[in-house]
Ligand binder design. Structure first.
Ligand code: NAD
Length: 283
């Protein structure tokens, strides 16, 4: 697997997704690229109607909608900045009006503004915290309001609602040169856990996914040359890069009743990146 050929070609399994989300309504933030795009399509394949949020890139958003609709479900693209309280409120109002309600939130939108710490500007710090962390707070708050209003509808799901926070292995692994990003992901971990604890009595399940190295535009430089790929593989015991579909399958499972007793946990989808691979040869 650890060959230059693997740089260009996915060696992840290609598996059909079972219809475990029939009749459910989902909103995915940051859904016109990378992981969000794959998750949105997979939720559609699982039978959910999906609102695909994005902040720019109308054409890519239209493509996601097309991919979701190909599964015979409803899909809409919705442009909104998740770090804006006003835009998030309007988005949830419109999506709920269109779909009737909401069952699943995938809090996925995220970005990086990398810098050596001593040179990091306040703007770089604030942009990352505002989108990655405050954005998840604003969207989760709006979703919870709808879940509490409606409660459990047993024919649809055992739970009153499901929230999946896209975190990162960097909620655990410190990351020099990316202090703003690692801080945002560490924050997501405790936001998710505190929210899960508070909402569990209402049958609202909140969990997170922590991807490792996934082949998306956010980290192109880490995988798009044979040299970079080889270097990356020293961090991945499983010996291949992750594909957005690897994360999407975990998201479908966490959103479905198949994971009904899974509450407040982080599922690492990382090929073993968090297993301290440097110790594989004795440390
Ligand atoms: P990506 O750059 O391909 O996609 C990010 C998405 O977020 C895009 O659709 C973008 O438009 C959207 N977005 C950015 N700012 C936004 C805003 N203000 N409002 C709404 N949407 C906004 O990146 P990706 O790799 O697919 O990342 C998705 C999530 O997964 C992020 O939270 C990222 O931190 C996380 N993640 C990615 C990896 C990886 O290796 N790719 C690893 C760990 C975690």
């Amino acid at each position: 697997m650890n060959t230059p050929a693997a740089v260009a070609h996915s060696t992840a399994p290609s598996l059909a997704i079972p219809k475990t989300l029939k009749g459910q309504k989902a909103l995915v933030t940051g859904a016109n690229s990378g992981i969000g795009m794959a998750v949105a399509a997979a939720l559609g394949e699982a039978g959910a109607d999906v609102a695909a949020n994005y902040v720019d890139g109308d054409e890519a958003a239209a493509k996601v909608v097309e991919a979701i609709r190909a599964h015979g479900v409803q899909a809409i693209a919705y442009k909104a900045d998740v770090s804006s309280e006003e835009q998030v409120a309007t988005m949830f109002r419109d999506v709920i009006e269109r779909f009737g309600t909401l069952d699943i939130l995938i809090n996925n939108a995220g970005l990086q503004r990398d810098s050596a710490f001593h040179a990091m500007t306040l703007a770089q710090w604030n942009t990352v915290l505002n989108v990655n962390l405050t954005g998840q707070f604003l969207c989760a708050r709006a979703a919870v309001a709808e879940f509490l209003r409606r409660g459990v509808v047993p024919e649809v799901s055992c739970a009153a609602g499901k929230i999946i926070c896209m975190s990162s292995v960097h909620q655990e692994i410190p990351w020099a040169g990316h202090a703003n990003y690692a801080t945002s992901k560490g924050g997501i971990k405790l936001l998710m856990e505190s929210l899960a604890q508070e909402m569990a009595p209402h049958r609202i399940r909140v969990n997170a996914i922590a991807p490792g190295a996934i082949r998306t535009p956010i980290n192109t430089a880490a995988w798009n040359t044979p040299e970079a790929y080889k270097r990356l593989m020293t961090l991945v015991p499983y010996g291949r890069i992750g594909e957005p579909e690897d994360v999407a399958r975990a998201a479908v499972w966490l959103a479905s009743d198949l994971s009904d007793y899974v509450v407040g946990t982080t599922v690492f989808v990382d090929g073993g990146m968090t297993l301290y691979p440097g110790f594989a040869t004795g440390g």
